[in-house]
Ligand binder design. Structure first.
Ligand SMILES: Cc1cc2nc3c(=O)[nH]c(=O)nc-3n(C[C@H](O)[C@H](O)[C@H](O)COP(=O)(O)OP(=O)(O)OC[C@H]3O[C@@H](n4cnc5c(N)ncnc54)[C@H](O)[C@@H]3O)c2cc1C
Length: 449
């Protein structure tokens, strides 16, 4: 029987969760991360002396597993996150006129109030379509889809008025899925809507971080892991995983070192998971599926203003402009900064970072008279921010257990029915750790099934 530790590869929210669950269960754990800091795609970065994030993140009350893990490492979500009732305020620049505002603001998440808010928000649509959209929206929220299709087709089949689609459904889909409605999986979008909007007021609440992302989970998680006796190796890239007969696995680390492990949780994004998997025929279908998962980018434009900003709503949608959502960073302790999110940013190119932030700043000044022009801007683009959550994506998602006993997968790409989110990452980490604990030390002498 192997006395080696369990190796967790990748210290994003999935790997950190897996390592914590294993360590709390008394398992010896080594967590290995290629980067110098933990957090992966949800981490703190320092920009011009301000503690900002690699990308603006938002959670919802329905992220139960992520919130529970934050609590378990000593972070109080009530203090760390600013709750906002589900309410979408959208603004549009209108040349030579006051900006136009549209509001989707249900009084509660009860069907009657949702219907009234949707009816209100579709102002301008012709009457039969405005009314027909209501039973269509009811079906969208109440009848789980048995077959996947693109969100754009789903909205059309559900008789949603063009005004509602353009003002609310399309921006919401792009924000939640990071995939344009023409491609996005309606099943995953519906599942997010049902888990949030159909599960009560607190599940629907938007939760905006009041602290840099690193403080929400990655940094306290590392601290707890060390207290529990886990070994954490940052700045250490795993280059390959070999089988070591009945002794488990041998991880090849950059620089030539090796690390024996009795079980491995591979919590890296699909591309690196595909490269790291042992090249055994039994793993070929898994490698093929992982290789077929594509990514999409997100750019976050940070703008700094000379004076602390006037009161702005915590979240405003931007219509017909380069930026899509505006979030003042006052909440996170940076009153001179705002973040503007551009989802699926590969479809909204810019010649360079400076033209991007200047354009976003100019358009914001026209949308919010009184805001003025920013004095400085920075753009953080994550090319592989999320998976491309297109219709049919669930067919490519891997199971937690691989065909090789003792080798498990985690990461936001592993949870069916959810787009790439912190919640999916945390759920996947819990599941992988639970499977490793349940299975115990694998008998690799028998070979893979
Ligand atoms: C800009 C942006 C905005 C986002 N907005 C939101 C949002 O509002 N709400 C939300 O819920 N989600 C959002 N997300 C998605 C969310 O951040 C991800 O779903 C989540 O962080 C994924 O976590 P993970 O642990 O699965 O993967 P990752 O965070 O990618 O972690 C994988 C880790 O593995 C490491 N690694 C890779 N290869 C190796 C190797 N060979 N050896 C060792 N280590 C390796 C990587 O360095 C990384 O740290 C956003 C993402 C981005 C980028």
């Amino acid at each position: 029987m192997s006395g080696h530790p369990v190796a967790v590869v990748g210290a994003g929210w999935a790997g950190l969760t897996a390592a914590l669950v294993l360590s709390r269960a008394g398992q010896p754990v080594v967590l290995i991360e290629a980067a110098a800091t933990a957090g992966g795609r949800a981490r703190t970065v320092e920009i011009d002396g301000a503690r900002l994030d690699n990308g603006q993140h938002i959670l919802v009350g329905a992220c139960r597993h992520a919130l529970a893990q934050m609590r378990a490492v000593g972070v109080n979500p009530i203090l760390a996150l600013h709750p906002v009732p589900f309410r979408l305020l959208m603004r549009r620049r209108v040349p030579d006129a006051a900006p136009e505002s549209h509001l989707l603001a249900p009084r509660s998440t009860r069907s009657r109030d949702l219907a009234a808010a949707l009816y209100d928000a579709s102002r301008g649509a012709a009457m039969p379509r405005r009314l027909l959209g209501l039973p269509g929206a009811w079906r969208m929220l109440h009848r789980p889809l048995t077959r996947d299709l693109p969100v754009a087709d789903w909205l059309r089949k559900s008789w949603q008025p063009a005004q509602l689609i353009e003002r609310f459904w399309n921006p919401l889909c792009l924000a939640v899925m990071n995939t344009p409605p023409a491609d996005a999986s309606a099943r995953a979008f519906q599942s997010v809507l049902r888990q949030s909007l159909m599960s009560g007021e607190s599940a629907a609440r938007l939760l905006i971080p009041r602290r840099p992302l690193g403080e929400l989970f990655p940094e306290p998680a590392l601290q707890q892991l060390r207290t529990l006796g886990a070994t954490v190796q940052l700045s250490t890239r795993v280059q390959g995983i070999d089988l070591m007969g009945e002794d488990g696995f041998l991880l090849n680390l950059r620089g030539g070192a090796t690390l024996p492990a009795r079980q491995v949780v591979l919590a890296t994004p699909p591309r690196s998971a595909e490269r790291l998997l042992p090249t055994l025929p039994v793993l070929a279908p898994l490698r093929r599926n992982l290789g077929n998962i594509r990514e999409r980018s997100i750019c976050t434009v940070y703008l700094r203003y000379p004076k602390p900003l006037p009161e702005l709503p915590p979240l405003t949608g931007l219509l017909d402009q380069h930026g899509q959502w505006l979030l003042p960073r006052r909440l996170a302790g940076e009153p001179h900064w705002v973040a503007v999110v551009i989802s699926a940013a590969e479809t909204y190119p810019a010649p360079d970072a400076e033209s991007r932030w200047r354009r976003v700043g100019r358009e914001l000044a026209e949308t919010f008279p009184g805001l003025g022009e920013p004095e400085h801007g920075r753009v953080v683009c994550e090319k592989m921010a999320t998976l491309d959550a297109r219709s049919g994506i669930d067919d490519l998602r891997p199971d937690t257990r691989t065909a090789l006993p003792g080798l498990y997968l985690a990461g936001d790409h592993c949870v069916r029915g959810l787009p790439s989110t912190l919640e999916a990452a945390v759920q996947s980490g819990q599941k992988a750790a639970a499977a490793a604990i349940t299975d115990g030390v694998p008998d690799l002498a028998q070979g893979p099934d």
